[in-house]
Design a protein around this ligand. Sequence first.
Ligand SMILES: C[S@@+](CC[C@H](N)C(=O)[O-])C[C@H]1O[C@@H](n2cnc3c(N)ncnc32)[C@H](O)[C@@H]1O
Length: 139
Amino acid sequence: MKEIFSQFLKTPIQTGSLIPSSESFAKKIVKQIDFTKNKVIVEFGPGTGPVTAQILNSLNNRNIYFAIELNSALVFELTQKFPGKKFYNDNATTIDKYLSVHKEIKADVIISSIPLSLLNETEQNFLPHMKTHQQFHLC
Ligand SMILES: C[S@@+](CC[C@H](N)C(=O)[O-])C[C@H]1O[C@@H](n2cnc3c(N)ncnc32)[C@H](O)[C@@H]1O
């Protein structure tokens, strides 16, 4: 909570919200995902990780998970909080680069907490055209 608050003060537009998602909201979103039928799970804008925690609890051995977060301070925090998991400090629009790192060509599920209203035009045009089976936009 303190970290998202201080990041909001530094980069309000990019961070988008002062308050992290609640555990119950994160659980509700993640409950809708079938982790057995969907292999590649990608999270955009994990922030301080409330949704990440629920995703990681649900992963099985077959799943591939990584997240892309624009804010380097939050990436540092996520890496400390969830050791061994992949958090890339980049724009979500670069997803293809990271899919190829994991030898994949598309994500099966994208969970995005990036506030749609705050994306620039290029980013807004990019997101709906992602070749995914399922997308969850939380903001
Ligand atoms: C509203 S916060 C959501 C945090 C968290 N997922 C939650 O539910 O509390 C949005 C996050 O998206 C990140 N973000 C904004 N634009 C982004 C972009 N184009 N690519 C990747 N991350 C982005 C921000 O840095 C911020 O951490």
